[in-house]
Write a protein that binds this ligand. Structure first.
Ligand SMILES: Cc1ncc(COP(=O)(O)O)c(C=O)c1O
Length: 420
């Protein structure tokens, strides 16, 4: 079939079938928290590119940084020569990153960076195994699929997945006795270290401090402390996957900052560059020195346009008052949601720090109906999360204002009423 007859063969799409659709919208423009559809209708985007558009859509400073950089050079491959934004970005990240993390490797996506973290951990420790936690999501490559336990749908049909990944329990935030729940989860981990992968075989544990796809569940401080203690005791590295929770999403630059905790390796992506594909792995120099030169890399990692977008994003996120807004809007949102919870018992929990807020429901069908109603009647874009799809997750751009939170709460309240 010729190119012309292919293009005119009918109304079928030429796009892959593998993508699912959260909404049927085709958008032509975005600004701040809003997107405009081809039909000219405006929608409040509380999906934010799945917690990516930290500074909102097309922030003028980020757009200008990308445009200016494109005129200088678009791609300058890191192994061929170093461009002049790499060190400034690494220096900025070293200032922002927890504790002694001072050395950075760059890639393009979350999965690439969690995979890189595992590769570094294996080289640095000379140990083969990884421990992950129930409900986690670390990506869609073969290794990161093996590390992802939030839904079978992310793994089904792709066996065999790489071996050497062991799944420890993550404490259930719905359990009544949280101290007992944490103790149980740590016992589960100890059992794995005794029965499946000995400490001497275990390179790293990788944890999302706030589970993202798994349902916006924040790890209790006692749980993190228990993991850290075991890592220290056994020389196991602690990898924090902050792909979703990093860059201000939780009201601090990184979610681990809520615990005053310093991981050995930290994974960053999503919000780091306001939507330009970019990711970073941070670690300590002495650990990075154990990563043999040339044993990892990638054509596009450290992309100049991505570095420009990240530097502009960081300027915005670190401006005075920015994080105050994230925390104030998070408070406003949780307060409004708790008022609705008091009215509608179908909401079983409102949780999550900053603007990484989850509303847990007793019934996934209700979640779907509410998200549909919000979109169609309230022009509000929301997504679900969780193994059972029982969580509505709230991840607006971090620049969201008071009025926009009120609009979203009103649309959500109307959906709760209509679907009651
Ligand atoms: C915590 C976490 N890690 C890794 C990933 C994978 O990122 P990407 O989709 O950019 O590969 C995601 C994506 O949602 C994530 O939330």
């Amino acid at each position: 079939m010729s190119a012309i007859s292919k293009a005119t063969a009918g109304n079928e799409s030429h796009l892959s079938n593998v993508w699912f659709n959260v909404t049927p919208l085709e958008v032509i423009h975005g600004s701040g928290c809003w997107v405009t559809s081809v039909g000219g209708e405006e929608y409040l985007d509380f999906a934010a590119g799945i917690a990516v558009n930290s500074t909102g859509h097309a922030h003028p400073a980020v757009a200008a940084a990308i445009a200016d950089q494109a005129k200088r050079f678009i791609h300058a491959q890191v192994n061929v020569f170093r461009h002049d934004l790499l060190e400034p970005l690494a220096t900025k990240l070293a200032e922002l990153a927890p504790g002694r993390i001072d050395t950075f490797f760059f890639a393009n996506s979350g999965a690439e960076i969690t995979e890189a973290a595992v590769k570094l951990a294996k080289q640095a420790t000379k140990r083969p195994h990884i421990i992950v936690f129930g409900g986690s999501f670390h990506g869609r490559t073969h290794m990161t699929m093996a590390m992802t336990t939030s839904k079978t749908g992310y793994r089904a049909g792709y066996a065999p997945l790489p071996s050497g990944v062991f799944v420890a329990p993550f404490p259930d935030p719905l359990a009544n006795d949280q101290a007992a729940e944490v103790a149980k989860a740590l016992q589960g981990l100890d059992h794995i270290l005794k029965s499946l992968t000995s400490p001497e075989e275990t390179a790293a544990m990788i944890l999302e401090p706030v589970l993202g796809e798994g349902g916006y569940m924040q790890a209790p401080a006692a749980f993190i402390a228990g993991l850290a203690q075991r890592c220290r005791q056994h020389g196991i590295l602690f990898i924090a996957d902050e792909v979703q929770s990093g860059f201000g999403r939780t009201g601090k630059m990184f979610a681990v900052d809520h615990y005053g905790f310093e991981p050995d390796i930290i994974c960053m992506a999503k919000g780091i560059a306001s939507g330009f594909p970019f990711s970073a792995l941070g670690t300590r120099r002495e650990l990075d020195d154990k990563w043999p030169k040339g044993s990892h890399g990638g054509t596009y990692g450290g992309n100049a346009m991505g570095c420009a977008a990240a530097l502009a994003t960081i300027d915005i996120l670190t401006a005075p008052g920015f994080m105050d807004n994230v925390n104030a809007r998070g408070e406003q949102l949780r307060h409004g949601l708790r008022e609705l919870q008091a009215e509608y018992s179908t909401i079983t929990q409102v949780r999550g720090p900053g603007l990484m807020v989850g509303t847990e429901f007793d019934d996934p069908a209700r979640v779907s109906a509410i998200i549909k109603h919000c979109l169609e009647e309230g022009h509000l874009i929301l997504m679900n999360a969780g193994t059972y799809g029982k969580c509505v997750r709230w991840m607006p751009p971090l620049v969201v204002n008071e009025r926009e939170i009120d609009l979203a709460l009103a649309a959500f309240g109307a959906a709760l009423k209509a679907t009651a």
